[in-house]
Design a protein around this ligand. Structure first.
Ligand code: BGP
Length: 493
């Protein structure tokens, strides 16, 4: 036994990091459009303007932090600032070339997101923006030409900015119906072209980055809990609509998942692992498992959090859980209750420490050859729903060699180990895995830092951290390696 015959190999992207054309053809601003770039040491910032006084400024965007825009101010694009999302790597004008490159690699699937503000510029408009709809129509037609199955994320850190300003984003129940309307609009429009959808990218980022995950400008634990609840209900409504009206459509959940390891054998560290895992898996327990777990209800009780809910919410959540469970996994995280100097980075996390057994990249993200097998087993055992790895990869500052090529052996080595790990989960453990989409298959802007130099792609895009470059696409060595992997369905790595 090995990967399924129709295993969905491919790559993943997100509109706000890739598309650019941030105001073209009627698109409205999204929350990502007011985020500046950062660096290894400097977090991104959100810029704001006070419409009454004209005063401008910015607030630091930090993991686990509060957005804290000053009272009376609203997030806005400020002259003189640099916003990497505005141009991304210009998929908007390069989609034909990029999809052709994907097909050359043999992609069976391409994960992209629809920028909600391209379809409904303010989020609550009566009518959709035809030009925005037409753009994705063209993209999907191009995919069809090459037999590439799109996997579409409906919301990937791209809440229309107006919804953040008017309603404090997902903290307001109004967004449930607005999102349902948006989803049904695209389901209808792309019928016959798109079969697989994901609702919210890394839904659990609501814990650490509520601005990115839900467009929250004001944040309290109560508002975060409410925003998560509203997203669960919205997800269930969208699954319901898909099942009722568009039988062929499958709607999946998307989780940021990192297996957690204990730094020491101290039982207190094992408890920390258990609690950390609960924090992540709460989101899948509800959206994929169909019920609020007791550990989270107890937490809300302890913290005095009371949800603004309706009895039907829970019927929806239990009857319309996600059709499949997708997740991102870049490596594992190691946690401890002990004092350790060696703090580590990590995908969307804080408070984890360096694992002495693992290598890290320049951003402190640990490469863990066992993590996909562990992640897949944990999720399969808990939910028994088809799984899909929709993000995995390694950020690296690629450099051209003298021969004019990029020899990214480090990337090939990382991917080889990771694919081997998922192969083991399928062949040794019998996990049901639908596909694998490597993150940032064509270089794009980093979500966490806004940098361009943190590259993931099989294809290099000529663009730097200041937004300069020709946007020329150049395949790296990993491009040809992945082409072979797909051709032999992962049998020979
Ligand atoms: C995930 C996000 C992506 C992506 C990736 C890599 O959490 O879903 O949008 O960018 O992480 O992170 P970064 O870009 O910060 O390196």
């Amino acid at each position: 036994m090995s990967f399924k015959k129709n295993f969905l190999w491919g790559g993943a992207t997100a509109a706000n990091q890739y598309e650019g054309a941030y105001l073209e053809d009627g698109k409205g601003l999204s929350t990502a459009d007011v985020m500046t770039n950062g660096s290894h040491t400097q977090p991104r910032r959100i810029t704001w303007k006070n419409p009454t006084t004209g005063e401008t400024g910015s607030v630091l965007f930090t993991f686990g932090g509060r957005t804290n825009i000053p009272v009376g101010a609203i997030p806005a694009v400020i002259e003189g600032e640099y916003y990497p999302s505005h141009e991304g790597t210009d998929f908007y004008h390069h989609y034909k070339e990029d999809i052709r490159l994907m097909s050359e690699m043999g992609f069976k699937t391409f994960r992209l997101s629809i920028n909600w503000a391209r379809i409904f510029p303010n989020g609550d408009d009566d009518q959709p923006n035809e030009k925005g709809l037409a753009f994705y129509d063209n993209v999907f037609t191009e995919c069809q030409r090459y037999g590439i199955e799109p996997l579409v994320t409906l919301s990937h850190y791209e809440t229309p900015l107006q919804l953040a300003i008017k309603y404090n984003g997902w903290a307001d129940r109004k967004l449930i119906d607005l999102f349902e309307k948006y989803a049904i609009t695209v389901f209808k429009r792309y019928r016959g072209k798109v079969k697989y959808y994901l609702t919210f990218n890394e839904i659990n980022v609501m814990d650490l980055m509520p601005y990115m995950g839900g467009g929250l400008l004001r944040v309290t634990p109560q508002l975060q809990a409410q925003a998560a609840h509203n997203q669960f209900v919205a997800s269930a409504k969208v699954v319901k609509a898909a099942h009722a009206m568009f039988k062929e459509i499958k709607v999946g959940q998307m989780l940021a998942y990192m297996p957690l390891y204990a730094y020491t054998a101290d039982p207190a560290d094992q408890v920390k692992v258990m609690e950390g895992s609960q924090n992540m898996l709460f989101y899948t327990d509800v959206q994929t498992g169909g019920r609020y777990p007791e550990y989270r209800l107890k937490k809300y009780e302890r913290e005095g959090i009371i949800l603004d809910d309706e009895p039907e919410d829970y019927e929806l959540i239990s009857n319309y859980s996600a059709d499949f469970l997708s997740f991102s996994c870049y490596g594992s995280n190691t946690v401890t209750t002990h004092e350790v100097d060696d703090a580590a980075g990590g995908n969307m996390t804080t408070g984890n420490v360096k694992n002495p057994y693992l290598k890290t990249n320049a951003w402190g993200w640990a490469t863990d050859p066992a993590c996909l097998r562990i992640a897949l087993n944990n999720l399969w055992d808990r939910y028994h729903k088809p799984l899909w790895i929709v993000e995995n990869g390694i950020g690296w500052e690629d450099k051209f060699s003298e021969d004019g090529k990029i020899h990214d052996d480090y990337r090939i080595e990382y991917l080889r180990e990771n694919i081997k790990s998922m192969y083991d989960a399928v062949t040794i453990d019998g996990v049901d895995l639908m596909g694998y989409t490597m993150w940032g298959c064509i270089d794009l802007v980093s979500a966490g830092t806004g940098e361009m130099r943190k590259r993931y792609g099989f294809v290099y895009v000529d663009r730097n951290d200041e937004g300069q470059g020709t946007l020329k696409r150049t395949p790296k060595d990993s491009f040809y390696w992945y082409q072979k992997v797909i051709a032999n369905n992962g049998e020979d790595l």
